[in-house]
Design a protein. Structure first.
Length: 316
């Protein structure tokens, strides 16, 4: 596949985001694990494919997606690592795991925040040492696959809540690509909308005109909490129900705009506490949890940092 056509084949992500990703092209030349973060529906899988198909060493090799919630803890090892003949009842032949299938290619772990403690433990060894062992085997195998991991949650928050291993988090947090939500991508929303207008017009046999720049204010007034996935569904519905050659932008759900705005917290004290918490978390992350370095970074005393850790119930 021509890597330049990746977005055309797998939907579209927008000019703004393409330029944003171009600034991360240096990650294509290393084998380190890449963490992709962003809200639900922002296109994290598409970015994972962008990484794979822009890597000249891997683009002809397999891209294997593993959605964590879809693989139960009891079959994780046999599905991901594979198994040997006779490893358990019913294992009448040996089977390759998904890691072996993706050798020299890319393994994409989606929704990593849903990994159980047992799965997190297995992933830590895989990502750290790049080795795994098939069920029923006595020796480890080395893998040359690239690992890309995605989450729609703040993993550091999950570490604080004791839902995610801190050592696995710090292993993942080395190279991170943060995908901005649709509401922060400017006129990407028009470009992406027109992509889907063309797509669904072709499928329905209708001739629908693309959106012009005048539509930007109407499209951007709504926060699109479901991001590209929600926009895609809206355009499909608008094309299907169109009465003429234009889609009806009044179908944008105004009621949700009000609920979104009403949810904003206007309490000064709570707002400042939230910002303080965000600053502290970012500083701790940058300093790998070192209290002294964190205090120096935010220009506050060590006792002050400990006080805030207790106040926000942060455990490091």
């Amino acid at each position: 596949m021509n890597q330049n056509n990746i977005f055309d084949k797998y939907e579209i992500i927008g000019h703004y985001t393409k330029k944003y990703l171009d600034r991360h092209k240096e990650v294509l030349n290393v084998n380190a694990t890449i963490l992709i973060t962003g809200e639900t529906g922002t296109g994290k899988e598409l970015v994972a494919r962008w990484i794979h198909f822009n890597d000249r060493k891997r683009l002809e090799k397999p891209f294997v997606k593993i959605t964590i919630p879809n693989i139960g803890e009891n079959i994780f090892e046999s599905e991901v690592f594979g198994y040997e003949k006779g490893a358990f009842t019913g294992a009448i032949v040996s089977k390759k795991g998904l890691i072996e299938v993706a050798e020299d290619g890319t393994v994409f772990f989606d929704e990593i925040e849903n990994a159980s403690p047992a799965i997190q433990s297995k992933l830590l060894q895989l990502l750290e040492d790049r080795i795994y062992r098939k069920v029923g085997d006595t020796s480890y195998k080395q893998t040359n696959a690239r690992f890309v991991v995605a989450t729609n949650k703040d993993l550091y928050e999950e570490v604080i809540k004791n839902n995610f291993r801190s050592d696995l988090f710090y292993r993942l947090a080395v190279l991170e690509i943060k995908i901005p939500p649709l509401r922060e991508r400017g006129k990407d929303i028009i470009e992406i909308s027109n992509h889907y207008i063309k797509k669904f017009s072709g499928e329905t046999g209708k001739k629908i005109a693309p959106l012009g720049e005048k539509a930007f204010s109407q499209m951007s007034d709504y926060p699109w909490p479901g991001n590209i996935r929600e926009l895609k569904n809206f355009i499909e519905k608008a094309v299907v129900f169109s009465k003429n050659e234009e889609i009806d932008l009044t179908l944008i759900p105004k009621s949700i705009i009000l609920s979104f705005q009403d949810s904003f917290n206007y309490s000064y004290k709570e707002y400042m506490q939230q910002k303080e918490l965000e600053l502290l978390k970012k500083a701790l992350l940058q300093c790998n949890g070192n209290i002294e370095q964190t205090a120096k970074l935010i220009n506050m005393s060590v006792p002050f940092v400990y006080k805030k850790l207790r106040e926000f119930e942060i455990h490091v």
